[in-house]
Each structure stands twice: as structure tokens, then as C-alpha cells.
Design a protein around this ligand. Structure first.
Ligand SMILES: C[S@@+](CC[C@H](N)C(=O)[O-])C[C@H]1O[C@@H](n2cnc3c(N)ncnc32)[C@H](O)[C@@H]1O
Length: 239
């Protein structure tokens, strides 16, 4: 990866950060926003029998908190694609220790570029990834194209605290000449984009700083409530 943001990601999410986050997760479990996302996924999948046997695609999965939770729930395996080689290594190390690394494919690089080469999955997740990527529509379109059933994401709420926080972070990054930047994409635009890709929101939760939203792919591209009450009469030309 050569774009400034990609270089920034590799510098920021380095080996020391990955190991620190792994230790924190081992001590305290996932952060609240990730726990809410997992709860939303459980609720979305429950009517169809839960997570057991399903596949996942965890985009920017970091140390793998979501993957480990899904594997604990009986997922069949999946793919972790990440721009940070350090995160991939730590995520794989933990999966090896838990005995299921052979069921997960680890792919390094920019997901938007790699998406056409990746197998679609039942569950697609982007936990705190949208705020790392400048082109939100491209990222969400690519994620939606790989999601056959459910898509969940955690991304920053648009309020004064986050606006000031993002400005402050990006100012410090610019002064340090660090190429990584944070992006505050409008939540309504995120929602509109996923709806346009044929998804309907099944749950929305939030913490002080984050939205945790889960979407289900509308059956046949049309939700039950959007369907006509009766099938239209067949056209006279129909075979
Ligand atoms: C803030 S970290 C979040 C990690 C983890 N999901 C969590 O919530 O703890 C952002 C993650 O997204 C990854 N990332 C950002 N943009 C990406 C892209 N275009 N393709 C693949 N990974 C990306 C980074 O490498 C990093 O692992």
C-alpha cells in the first residue's frame, strides 16, 4: 500500500500498539462499542438460527476481537483483511493459540482494492474502520458487495465532541508530519449508502462517541413491507 493514509495506518497501528491492545482485550474484553455491535449481530442473526456455521469478513479487524467472538459462537471461519500487518500478525497469533487459525484467511492491504478478489461472507464487519478511510462511499459499496446476509459497523457519531476531537487529532498529526488522518463521515450519508446497496437497518446502538449499527440484506433486494400485497397479474406476453 502506498497512499499516504495507508502508510499512516501502518505507522500508527504498529507492533507495539497491536500488542498493547491485545493485552487490554485479554484483561477487559472488547470495548463497549464492539460489544454493542456483537449484540446487534446476534439479534439480526437469531431469527435464522444464529451465528453457528456462518462465514465472516472482518474488514480492518485489528487484533481480531470480533472474529474471536464469532468463532466462540460457532462461526465456520472467514477472512480478516487489514491494512496493518502488525494487527494481522497479532490476530493470527491469538487464533493459533485458540486452535482455529486454519479456518481464517489473513489478507494484508487496502480492502477497497482487494474486495473483488475476496469471497463473499454471511457476516461483514467494519469496527471503527470507516473513520480511517477518506472515501466512505467506495468503502461501504465494496463492503456491501461482499455481504450476503448481515453487515455491522461502528463509526463515530457526528457531534461537537467528535468534531473537536477529530480536528485536534488531525492538527496534531499534521504538526507531527504523520500521514494518518481521522474522518468524520455524516451518519445519514452512511445510512443512505447502505440502504442504496439493498440493506435495511436492524439495530442501532450508541456510546458517547460511537454508533454501532447493524444491517440485514433485504430479501430479494426488497423488504417485506416494500413488496406489493399481492403479486401483480402476469403480463399477457408472459410465457
Ligand atoms: C481504529 S483500528 C480498529 C481496529 C479494530 N476493528 C477495533 O475496533 O479495535 C482501524 C483498523 O482498520 C484498518 N483499516 C483502515 N482502512 C483500511 C482499509 N482500507 N483496508 C483494510 N484495513 C483498513 C486498520 O489497519 C486498522 O486495523
Amino acid at each position: 500500500m502506498t497512499c499516504p493514509q495507508c502508510i499512516g495506518i501502518q505507522k500508527l497501528f504498529d507492533d507495539a500498539t497491536a500488542r498493547r491492545e491485545l493485552r487490554r482485550w485479554q484483561r477487559r474484553g472488547p470495548p463497549k462499542s464492539t460489544a454493542l455491535l456483537l449484540q446487534g449481530l446476534d439479534e439480526a442473526l437469531a431469527p435464522d438460527g444464529g451465528t453457528s456455521g456462518l462465514t465472516f469478513l472482518d474488514i480492518g479487524g485489528g487484533i481480531g476481537a470480533i472474529q474471536h467472538a464469532l468463532m466462540d459462537r460457532g462461526a465456520a471461519g472467514g477472512t480478516h483483511v487489514d491494512a496493518s500487518p502488525a494487527y494481522l500478525q497479532v490476530s493470527r497469533g491469538e487464533a493459533e493459540a485458540r486452535g482455529y487459525a486454519h479456518l481464517i484467511r489473513y489478507v494484508e492491504g487496502d480492502f477497497v482494492e482487494l474486495a473483488p478478489t475476496l469471497t463473499a461472507a454471511d457476516i461483514v464487519t467494519l469496527d471503527r474502520v470507516v473513520c480511517c478511510y477518506p472515501d466512505m462511499p467506495a468503502l461501504l459499496d465494496a463492503a456491501a458487495s461482499r455481504a450476503t446476509s448481515v453487515l455491522g459497523l461502528v463509526f463515530p457519531r457526528d457531534h461537537i465532541l467528535n468534531r473537536l476531537g477529530v480536528r485536534a487529532i488531525n492538527l496534531v498529526q499534521a504538526l507531527r508530519r504523520h500521514p494518518f488522518r481521522v474522518y468524520l463521515h455524516p451518519p445519514e450519508a452512511v445510512h443512505t449508502r447502505l440502504e442504496a446497496q439493498g440493506f435495511r437497518r436492524s439495530s442501532e446502538a450508541r456510546t458517547l462517541l460511537w454508533h454501532a449499527w447493524v444491517y440485514r440484506r433485504a430479501r430479494g433486494g426488497v423488504e417485506e413491507q416494500d413488496r406489493p400485497a399481492t403479486d401483480p397479474a402476469p403480463s399477457p406476453d408472459a410465457p
